[in-house]
Design a protein. Structure first.
Length: 483
């Protein structure tokens, strides 16, 4: 949602003149760039357990972060108050941390003048997350029946259910940004999430299933169709989970199912395309720009433009417009994910990936919605091409070494593939491999690209909401950790 400029100035109790004064104070001792990031976040949480809401939370976070760039140095300070004295103190602290020198100002100003500028006024018509029902003005008690209905509907689906935990969380953030280039950006960012965990018991054994859905939307997201989707997903595949066994391990082809398998793409490949890792020489892709990294026809995107998506942004946390960024296009590495700092280093335009957890943190290159575009193979043909292998559709507990690209992921659900058919359900296995090698070893790409709308959160130094996706793909060989 995008309100009028006055709404944001009033929310943070500042004026245009004060913003200019803070920038001037930030650069008084030198520096090439300074920016102000104001944030007002309201969070609410409800948790229903055993048919009763026994946890509720409400929190407001408010403040401003001030950043000063001076060559390779970054000064950052924040204030939880927007009175002028507190903000001026933060501006002076950020300037001091950046270790500015008045003698550098002239050269730095030339660099600043050549930097990309995004001075356009935020456009409500192009808003990627309009909000009809503001979470902040809705009574929390009105959501309790929705959670109770989820609980009841799930329990009616399966007599083996022994526990249901349903949670609703919402967040609305007002943001105002201003910098030394004269750019001002502002918007209001809603985020709503439904999460359900169900425990089943059969013949002395237990299995659990967790489902979530999250959107940049107001309370209007709580529809009957969303409820039905969550309920059906929460009980689907339980027979297979009770029947699942641990297969023999070894090197074999792996088919990754469409949607949630995209977390492997995010972790094992996406992080390696973030420009800060490459600028510091920590990524295995640091010297591969413009080179072929996988088969022709494969394209990988990081996208901030999907309306209502958890990873959507009107503009990033540096005021750069959200955009659709090809990292890999037709098999060739074409772009890293940039914030302003890395873009300046590489001499390219920022890609709108400068993100931060809150006003307490400075922005760094982060993903938004990362996914692979679809190919020309059907899921059925991909599975039929495998004589012996594994099909997996949900991962968890991944570990990745950015420098080497090595990864390990625990498989929550999947099947053995035998002679081109899905046979025995499998569990308790790990998929082990190397991200760049796995990317190079993708042999078939499905025509079923799917964005997964779960509550994905990326934790690279800071936590930010993201989403991911992938079509069905065949990786020629990965290590399956089984018996």
């Amino acid at each position: 949602m995008i309100n009028e400029k006055k709404y944001y100035l009033d929310t943070f109790r500042v004026t245009d003149g004060q913003l200019e004064e803070l920038i001037a104070e930030s650069l008084r001792n030198g520096g090439s760039f300074a920016d102000l990031y104001f944030e007002n976040t309201t969070c609410t949480d409800l948790l229903l357990k055993d048919g009763e809401v026994n946890v509720g939370g409400f929190n407001v976070d408010f403040g401003v972060g001030i950043r000063v760039l001076n060559g390779e140095k970054t000064g950052y300070a924040y204030s939880e108050s927007t009175d002028m004295a507190s903000m001026l103190a933060a501006a002076r602290a950020a300037s001091a941390i950046s270790d500015g020198s008045a003698g550098k100002v002239g050269a730095d100003r030339e660099d600043e003048a050549s930097a990309p500028k995004y001075r356009g006024k935020p456009n409500p018509a192009a808003d990627r997350y309009p909000m009809k029902d503001d979470w902040r003005t809705c009574e929390a008690a009105l959501f309790v029946p929705y959670l109770a209905k989820i609980d009841s509907a799930i329990r009616q689906k399966d007599s083996r259910i022994i526990k249901v935990i349903a949670a609703l969380s919402s967040q609305v953030t007002d943001v105002l940004m201003f910098n030394s280039l004269g750019e001002m950006k502002y918007d209001t960012r809603p985020l709503g999430s439904i999460s359900v965990s169900v425990i089943f018991s059969q013949d002395g054994k237990t299995e659990n299933k967790s489902v979530s859905r999250s959107f940049r939307s107001g309370a209007e997201m709580l529809t009957d169709s969303l409820l039905d989707e969550v309920v059906n997903l929460a009980v689907s595949g339980i027979d297979e989970r009770f029947a699942a066994k641990r297969p023999k391990g070894g090197q074999m082809p792996v088919v990754m199912g469409a949607g949630a398998s995209g977390i492997l793409l995010h972790e094992a490949m996406g992080h390696a395309f973030e420009a800060d890792f490459n600028r510091k020489g920590q990524s295995i892709f640091s010297d591969r720009m413009g080179q072929k990294v996988c088969r022709s026809g494969i394209s990988i995107v990081d996208d901030g433009t999907i309306r209502g998506n958890r990873g959507a942004i009107n503009f990033d946390d540096e005021g750069v417009p959200g955009q659709y960024t090809y990292m890999v296009e037709d098999g060739v590495l074409t772009s890293y994910l940039h914030d302003r700092i890395s873009a300046g280093y590489y001499g390219v335009k920022p890609t709108g990936n400068g993100r931060r957890e809150s006003f307490r943190y400075h922005p760094i290159p982060r993903m938004r919605a990362t996914y692979m575009e679809g190919g020309d193979c059907s899921k059925e043909d991909i599975i039929a091409s495998v004589d012996k292998g594994i099909y997996v559709d949900q991962f968890s507990n991944g570990q990745v070494k950015i420098g080497e690209g090595d990864f390990t992921f625990y498989v929550k659900s999947g099947y053995l593939i035998e002679k081109g058919r899905l046979t025995m359900p499998v569990k308790d296995i790990n998929i082990i491999g190397n991200g760049p090698q796995a990317l190079a070893d993708i042999e078939m790409v499905g025509n079923d690209p799917t964005i997964d709308d779960c509550t994905w959160t990326c934790g690279k130094e800071q936590s930010v909401p993201v989403s991911c996706g992938i079509p069905t793909v065949l990786v020629k060989s990965l290590t399956v950790g089984g018996e």
